[in-house]
Design a binder for this molecule. Structure first.
Ligand code: C5P
Length: 219
């Protein structure tokens, strides 16, 4: 199969991960969850006990990051020093701290380099994150920016986490959006040549239909 690089960006709760994973599976492509990489860096910094508001300390604590991330869309693999951390990186402690760690430019530089190497290796890949179309892979064949209303995103997140407290989930979604889109280093925003897909009113199958139509235009 010919190389194909698809960048999928957007805030949390848009159904981005499910859509990206399924799109990769049906295209016979690899899948890279860059958010998981920032989450592992965050877990590592938390375990080191550093002050997360101290960018220098976060940089130092994550300089050595024994991270393994898989790119098979049907098999999630995330390890920190050989330990399976798939569950822990989705927990409240990491989710609450990840925006601080991902705002540190030195952390981003290292993870972006690792992401580009994984993309190079894969050839055909769907990469999801916040800055894939703008910074990591500006020459991607297709750039999609998924968006949805804050309410729709909070409802999805609450379903995913099994959380009954919609208001708290909405507050967390809005807090993280604000931090991610106002940070100085690689803020969350659509690339100029990205196609925006609003998922507030469409389900996963609808999103997949839309994505397949977009892929057909570039393949
Ligand atoms: O996608 P996910 O919610 O797992 O991402 C967690 C956090 O990682 C985001 O809120 C953001 O702070 C950071 N992130 C980033 N750049 C990416 C992917 C994720 O800054 N490409």
């Amino acid at each position: 199969d010919a190389p194909l690089v698809i960048a999928m960006d957007g805030p949390s709760g848009t159904g981005k991960s499910s859509a990206a994973r399924r799109l990769a599976g049906s295209l016979g492509a690899a899948y890279l969850d860059t958010g998981a990489m920032y989450r592992v860096a965050t877990l590592h910094a938390l375990r080191a006990g550093v002050d997360l508001t101290d960018a220098g300390a976060v940089d130092h604590a994550t300089r050595e990051l024994p991270l393994v991330i898989g790119t098979d869309p049907t098999h999630e693999l995330v390890e920190l020093a050989g330990e399976d951390v798939r569950v822990e990186i989705r927990g409240a402690a990491v989710t609450g701290a990840v925006s601080a760690v991902s705002a540190v430019p030195a952390v981003r530089e290292r993870l972006v380099a690792a992401q580009r190497a994984l993309v190079e290796q894969a050839g055909r890949i769907v990469v999801e994150g916040r800055d894939i179309g703008t910074v990591v892979l500006p020459a991607a064949d297709l750039k999609v920016y998924l968006t949805a209303s804050a309410q729709a995103r909070a409802a999805r997140r609450a379903d995913q986490d099994g959380s009954a407290d919609r208001a708290a989930v909405l507050a967390d979604v809005q807090r993280r959006d604000h931090l991610d889109s106002t940070r100085v280093a690689s803020p969350l925003r659509p690339a100029d040549d990205a196609v925006t897909v609003d998922t507030s009113e469409i389900d996963l199958d609808g999103v997949l239909d839309r994505l397949h139509a977009l892929v057909q235009q570039v393949e």
